[in-house]
Design a protein around this ligand. Structure first.
Ligand SMILES: Cc1cc2nc3c(=O)[nH]c(=O)nc-3n(C[C@H](O)[C@H](O)[C@H](O)COP(=O)(O)O)c2cc1C
Length: 223
């Protein structure tokens, strides 16, 4: 196997990370490329073993709280130990991070985290791609990737494919968002929250509900 994509989304189906992987695989036409989704702590050793069989290792994951989702971080820690003992072969590392915020620069710190991981694991770091407006990418899956609104992301994935096949120079990270107006994206996101709330039997005002703050014992004493 030449290339392995590691899907770091906890979503079993329909996630943006899975969509990005499937679209990259279409561009690559690499019969040997595979993808895995390491679970929440189960079979981490088998997943680590699989990673070490690949030459190109690409982490594709959603941005969680400006960082790496915790279950993926756990896997990376495990992999780091596993790989550090077997540094003999050349392995190349990439990251594709997608965020809910429209501004792709939010993904920079998570890309840096993967870069640090690569150094510790003995993988050669190549570059990362930060994608803003991730939910738009997957919600518009009926639109082809090379349609003009998705073309900035498509271009970045083509760059990824080129580098995986033919490493030249030291590329920089790439930050892209779909070619739509930011305001339009925010309106669409708000509408989708409402749809999701209704599907779950909630009203629009329920979205703003917050847990009651617990009263401290001193506040209740003496009443
Ligand atoms: C727990 C959680 C934390 C998140 N934190 C951020 C964040 O800090 N910044 C951001 O832009 N999006 C954030 N998001 C949104 C996801 O990054 C976004 O929806 C992404 O497209 C999901 O990708 P996936 O479908 O591959 O899981 C968060 C989502 C969840 C569920």
């Amino acid at each position: 196997m030449n290339t392995l994509f590691i899907n770091g989304s906890p979503k079993k189906e329909g996630g943006c990370s899975a969509y990005i992987i499937s679209e990259t695989l279409k561009i690559m036409k690499d019969e040997t490329a595979e993808h895995i989704r390491p679970g929440m702590g189960k079979n981490l050793e088998a997943a680590c073993e699989k990673v070490l069989q690949a030459k190109n290792i690409c982490f594709v994951f959603p941005l969680y709280f400006d960082s790496v989702p915790s279950h993926l971080l756990r896997f990376m820690r495990e992999l780091e130990k596993y790989a550090a003992e077997r540094k003999t072969e050349e392995r190349y590392c990439y990251a594709v991070v997608n965020s809910g915020f429209f501004e792709s620069s939010h993904n920079e710190s998570a890309i840096e985290a993967v870069k640090c991981f690569a150094a510790r694991a003995g993988f050669k770091w190549r570059f990362g791609i930060g994608i803003g407006g991730g939910p738009f990418m997957v919600e518009s899956r009926s639109m082809p990737m090379n349609f003009f609104v998705k073309r900035p992301v498509y271009g970045a994935l083509c760059r990824l494919k080129d580098d995986m096949e033919n490493k030249s120079g030291w590329p920089e990270n790439i930050f892209v968002s779909p070619a739509i107006f930011r305001k339009m994206y925010i309106l669409m996101a708000h509408a989708s929250w409402l749809i999701q709330a209704r599907k779950n039997g909630l009203k629009s005002k329920d979205i703003y509900r917050a847990p009651e703050p617990e009263k401290s014992p001193s506040a209740t004493e003496g009443k």
